[in-house]
Design a protein around this ligand. Structure first.
Ligand code: FPP
Length: 255
């Protein structure tokens, strides 16, 4: 797959001013299983198709000048699925990294992994590490892959890291601020998502980016993830552009 290394923000959403365009879009790629079962196919076929949709989304994000795309690829709760499905999803992740990594690297994509790393199978961990290491200096689209990710788990790990700094005398209680917390989450250094898109008609966050989504706009669409394409992406962006973000303040017209 390829992603435009020199972002061309003049693609199909060209009427939108850059100032209004979301810079960070996060995706809850839901509905793979239902997509498959509604066609009499095994659920795994939905995940396979889901990977194809993901490729389209990454490519399009590069074309329209999105800076960061975060994908919820495997949650810390997904381990509770049947073993065959978990094994399939691990294989899919492996294939994604093995097949797409060099192309993504050529396209200047920088990959970052968020989620718990303890207890991950060493082969998977090495692969994720390789993707991050290879693309670390790239300056194009940031692709953040949430793998073995759960926001509460991320917050617990962050709180422990802060507590260790306090116990070690590197940080005083009075110096703990919102920034301290942000800096101790897996997403440290990343902009909070401007927009979270969830497919398949479900309207919940499912333990995704709970801290980071304080002021995020949400877009829910009925399409199952395998059917999500460039047009659906553009519609999500158009929706975002119509929103008035006030961050707890007042509309400019009301002042
Ligand atoms: C949710 O659909 C989707 C997932 C748990 C996995 C998402 C994975 C992909 C889109 C494939 C690409 C991912 C990788 C590994 C890079 P669901 O299975 O919960 O669907 P359902 O709600 O209809 O059952």
């Amino acid at each position: 797959m390829s992603v435009s290394p020199n972002r061309d923000p003049q693609a199909s959403v060209e009427e939108t001013s850059d100032a209004k365009r979301p810079r960070h879009v996060a995706f809850i790629m839901d509905g793979n299983g239902r997509w498959a079962t509604s066609r009499g196919l095994p659920r795994t076929e939905g995940h396979r198709k889901g990977l194809q949709a993901l490729r389209k989304v990454i490519r399009h994000a590069g074309e329209i000048g999105i800076e960061t795309v975060t994908i919820y690829s495997f949650s810390s709760e997904n381990w509770n699925r049947p073993e065959t499905e978990v094994t399939f999803l691990m294989g899919l992740l492996r294939r994604f990294v093995q097949r797409d990594l060099s192309e993504l690297h050529k396209s200047n994509v920088r990959i970052r992994i968020i989620g718990g790393r303890d207890d991950l199978e060493p082969g998977i961990l090495a692969l994720l590490q390789e993707a991050e290491d290879l693309t670390r200096s790239n300056t194009g689209l940031n692709l953040v892959v949430a793998f073995n990710y759960g926001a509460r788990d991320e917050i617990v790990r962050g709180v422990k890291a802060i507590a260790a700094q306090v116990a070690g005398g590197e940080l005083s209680l009075d110096d703990i601020s919102e920034k301290t917390i942000s800096n101790n989450l897996d997403t440290a250094g990343l902009r909070d998502p401007d927009l979270i898109v969830r497919t398949s008609g479900e309207m919940r966050l499912s333990n995704f980016l709970l801290w980071q989504a304080a002021y995020t706009e949400f877009y829910f669409c009925d399409l199952y993830w395998p059917d999500f394409d460039e047009n659906a992406f553009d519609e999500a962006i158009a929706y975002f552009c119509r929103r008035e973000r006030r961050y707890g303040g007042l509309d400019a017209k009301a002042l």
